[in-house]
Design a protein around this ligand. Structure first.
Ligand SMILES: NC(=O)c1ccc[n+]([C@@H]2O[C@H](COP(=O)([O-])OP(=O)(O)OC[C@H]3O[C@@H](n4cnc5c(N)ncnc54)[C@H](OP(=O)(O)O)[C@@H]3O)[C@@H](O)[C@H]2O)c1
Length: 246
């Protein structure tokens, strides 16, 4: 039986195990997908030794960045953004990939229109880096918004968001965990009155399906998308990589 899995901490509510277990059953694939909770990424070599048949694993919070020194090789996306969420193991060697990037690109494009040429990206973590990589690739101008002090790279903080900027930036992307279960009542501190029907609000959070961020947008006639499609696409891309000759 083929073996795959997920590392991260904690892994209580993670989506991947359920998704792959159901997929393997539905498609008659003789494979298992197990959770390997680990508080420290230093446990990866021991995991490899204890599971010599493991062909690949996904990586979630908090190890997407700290896994990189353990990789034997990494593709260009991982090297550029400094985050890896998919490892393929061949002959005991770990190759690193980032499937969040394609998951975000394909899911964003579903509702993207020409008028969404200026974006605001809320948050500066690993998911934000994947989002920034794709916005640059698609030629979409963006400003990063953070709780931290303003910095030289153009990142601004929430207090600097003018109504004009919120109106003219018709693509808003939440890459923070704000609004995620079990904190569904929380919402980013923004002037939601600036949203109009031309806006497109994308929330990487997928649980709940409609965060308060998305609800504010839907009530004003804007286009909305949650992170569910991204999640499915990144999982399927991992499966493709584990079965390819890349
Ligand atoms: N749908 C998918 O497939 C998918 C894939 C990856 C991630 N995600 C989701 O994306 C979210 C972020 O993931 P991540 O890996 O980037 O996490 P992360 O590395 O912890 O970064 C999150 C960023 O959000 C900001 N932030 C955190 N708490 C905040 C708060 N209370 N208020 C305002 N901003 C806050 C921080 O930026 P500042 O300190 O600069 O403000 C932080 O760097 C999670 O909810 C995750 O589930 C979804």
């Amino acid at each position: 039986m083929r073996q795959f899995g997920l590392i991260g901490y904690p892994l209580g509510h993670s989506f991947s195990k359920g998704y792959f277990t159901e997929k393997f059953k539905r498609e008659g694939i003789d494979a298992t997908y197990n959770n390997f909770p680990m508080a420290s990424v230093q446990e990866v070599p021991a995991l490899m030794l204890a599971n010599p048949l493991l062909e690949g694993f996904n990586i979630t919070i908090p190890h997407k960045e700290t896994i990189i020194p353990y990789l034997h090789s990494a593709n260009d996306v991982v090297k550029t953004i400094g985050a890896c969420n998919c490892v393929k193991i061949q002959d005991g060697k770990m190759q690193g990939f980032n499937t969040d990037v394609i998951g975000f690109e394909l899911s964003l494009k579903k509702y993207l229109r020409k008028e969404h040429a200026k974006a605001l990206v809320f948050g500066t973590g690993g998911a934000s880096k994947a989002v920034q990589y794709i916005l640059s690739k698609l030629g979409i101008e963006f400003i990063i918004v953070s709780r931290k002090m303003e910095s030289n790279d153009g990142t601004i903080n929430y207090g600097s968001l003018t109504e004009d900027l919120l109106r003219s930036s018709t693509l808003w992307i939440n890459t923070t965990p704000v609004g995620m279960y079990p904190n569904e009542d929380s919402i980013l501190p923004l002037n939601y009155e600036a949203i109009g029907a031309r806006h497109y609000l994308y929330d990487l959070v997928y649980n709940p399906a409609e965060t308060r961020f998305l609800k504010e947008a839907r009530q004003r006639g804007a286009t909305i998308a949650n992170g569910y499609d991204m999640l499915i696409i990144q999982a399927e891309e991992s499966w493709r990589i584990w079965n390819s000759n890349e």
